[in-house]
Design a binder for this molecule. Structure first.
Ligand code: MG
Length: 400
């Protein structure tokens, strides 16, 4: 999953004067942070490399603030719709840019779960897969009827939903072929595609329990202001790389040498599913020794991400220390670089970049230097001594 599309064109009429001069996703949450900032950060961290924002109402503001911006490796592109044409029209407008499979999100709701988990829900003949959330009062939303990972039908908003129902949480994995089912503009993905696809048994679904918020009402916008800064402050599992995630073949850097330790992929997936950050912090003295370059190391990490993605998992960020006292490459010679474990500098930067909840975070590694670095950075250290890494990681998360 390379690409995400976020629909940010809605008028937000139920928010009254608040959205007269501001697009709903650009409403302020905390300081200078807008609602859309939280959404973008969360999408980008899943290893998504391109986000298309489809803007409509007051789209110039979306364009000015976001077009061409980057979050890490992820590029943001703003496309403006000439006139409102429904959720279907928004997709038709970017049809030439869409990947065969892409993630789509509503720009006015925040549903916190492992987005890559949807990839295993989408079956070969499916047009899409929906992420469902149980809500105690579904009268605002309408509901879905589902069984065995399939959407059977949709129910309109009505009073009988007051006792709770499964709703679509506004995050979808779609095939580009949904475009073939859309009628003349304006049109709606929900009524033109999802109803038919569900009736034909071609709409997958999975349920998730993570935080859910729709900012469509003044009181839920206020709820977002009260809750989002805390909800998005995540603890991290800091992971050593060699002999922790991958078998160390001695300065491992060639993609054909990647062999995961037992349970390593499941361990990363468990971190993702728990809503924690997975951050790799690795000493790479092989770069200082001239055995390989930083670009070769990055290619190795990209290969790790591809293999993880196939299992619905991802690393949020890779941090490496290329410095060593006995470097052959001059630029990497440093007697005692603050990033080189057991020094805590690399861990501190990783935690700070992601504004992680340090008190609950944990460092897992196979060397004493990993544990010393953890102690110096003020996080728990857990030694990995072989065996199933996922068991160790789950216990470390549960112990927080
Ligand atoms: Mg190691």
């Amino acid at each position: 999953m390379r690409q995400a599309v976020i629909l940010v064109g809605g008028k937000g009429t139920r928010l009254g004067g608040l959205t007269r001069n501001t697009p709903k996703p650009l409403l302020q949450i905390d300081g200078d942070r807008r609602f859309l900032d939280y959404l973008l950060t969360n999408v980008a961290r899943h290893g998504i490399s391109e986000i298309l924002l489809i803007a409509g109402h007051l789209g110039d503001q979306v364009q000015q603030r976001y077009d061409g911006q980057r979050i890490g490796e992820c590029e943001i592109i703003v496309v403006r719709e000439p006139e409102p044409a429904g959720t279907g029209g928004a997709l038709v407008h970017v049809r030439d840019r869409l990947d065969p499979v892409f993630l789509m999100l509503n720009g006015d709701s925040f549903f916190d779960f492992n987005y890559l988990a949807l990839t295993s829900v989408l079956r070969p003949g499916d047009l899409g897969a929906l992420a469902l959330r149980w809500v105690g009062d579904a009268r605002r939303y309408g509901a879905t009827e589902q069984r065995d990972g399939r959407i059977l039908s949709f129910r309109e908003k009505d009073e009988t939903l007051a006792d709770g129902a499964w709703i679509s949480g506004g995050v979808y994995l779609l095939r580009r072929s949904v475009l073939d089912y859309l009628g003349p503009l304006p049109c709606s993905i929900e009524s033109d595609v999802f109803l038919q696809a569900a009736a034909a048994g071609r709409l997958g679904c999975a349920t998730f329990e993570g935080y859910f918020l729709d900012i469509g009402l003044p009181e839920t916008l206020q709820q977002g202001r009260d809750e989002l800064p805390r909800v998005t402050r995540r603890p991290a599992v800091l992971l050593d790389r060699d002999s922790t995630l991958n078998v160390d073949t001695g300065y491992t850097h060639r993609i054909q040498d990647l062999r995961w330790t037992p349970g390593a992929v499941a361990a990363v997936r468990a971190i993702n599913d728990a809503g924690w950050l997975a951050l790799v912090v690795t000493n790479q003295s092989g770069i200082a020794r001239g055995l390989y370059t930083e670009d070769q190391m990055r290619a190795f990490h990209a290969h790790m991400q591809r293999e993880l993605a196939a299992a619905g998992a991802h690393i949020d960020g890779f941090y490496h220390c290329p410095f060593h006292p006995e470097a052959i490459v001059d630029t990497y010679r440093d007697a005692d670089h603050p990033w080189r474990k057991p020094n805590p500098g690399m861990l501190r930067v990783a935690l700070s970049d992601w504004q992680a909840d340090t008190a609950r975070s944990v460092m897992i590694g196979d060397q004493d230097s990993d544990i010393e670095a953890a102690k110096a950075a003020g996080v728990r250290g857990v030694k990995y001594e072989g065996g199933a890494l996922d068991v160790l990681v789950r216990a470390a998360i549960a112990g927080a």
